[in-house]
Design a protein around this ligand. Sequence first.
Ligand code: PXL
Length: 280
Amino acid sequence: MSLPPPIVLSFAASDPSGGAGIQADILTLAGMGCHPLTVLTAVTVQDTTGVEDIFVMDPEWVIDQARTVLQDMPVQAFKIGMLGSVEIVAAIAEVISDYPDIPLVLDPVLASSRGDMFANEEVISAMREMLFSQATIITPNSIEARRIALDHEDDLEILNLKQSADQLLQWGCSYVLIKGAHENTPQVVNVLYDVNGIVRSDAWQRLPGSFHGSGCTLSSAIAASLAHGMSITDSVYEAQEFTWHTLKAGFRPGMGQYIPDRFFWMESDNLEEEADGSDD
Ligand code: PXL
């Protein structure tokens, strides 16, 4: 029997389309050689065109799912996606506070890429108060970064991204990765900040099309890299590279958005390319 791969526990919601949510996390973690443990926070009803309904889990069920697997298996990283309610934020905050040495990647999901809302003002406040100080890294897009940094929905343009990052870091997370896909720039520029300023900045070719699940893929890929023992800066780079390739290989299975291909590397062409590279 072989040794277990690194284990990552993801708290997230089900997306039956397989594009985002816990399904994205499972595919990404498996694609990056990790074993996924999954704690469901909610069940959504959605396809590739939009969200129709959300059923939020009872917080006791969230706690029970997590405690049961945590008592059985050692975990190398936590990842948190859609939360669903203030009570679930509190439940997860309580569980993970017992594991302060395990890195935590928090994707502060406020809405789907199509604009379906997943978090209200109360959930945003609860995240700031109970989860940010426990997070190794949070991964907002630029809209979420500005929104969470402010106490109200108005004047979203008054903060630049550096100011937003500084504000988010003040709530206690070690790193903030602000994703730039929504900014009006020729390339997509993702910037990693800590309290001293910019740690790294990576520019990627902007790909055509609208994707469903890119944020879940990126945050899970960071958690997978951390679970493999990589540093935070290397994890952030590795995860961006993995995610960019999943988008480049993305496919459109339905009538809506493209879905990232988390197993792009299994394409025979890609495997052959890699084999050629290793001969150098
Ligand atoms: O990408 C954010 C996200 C997270 N979780 C679920 C989602 C989405 C986006 O649609 O559906 C369940």
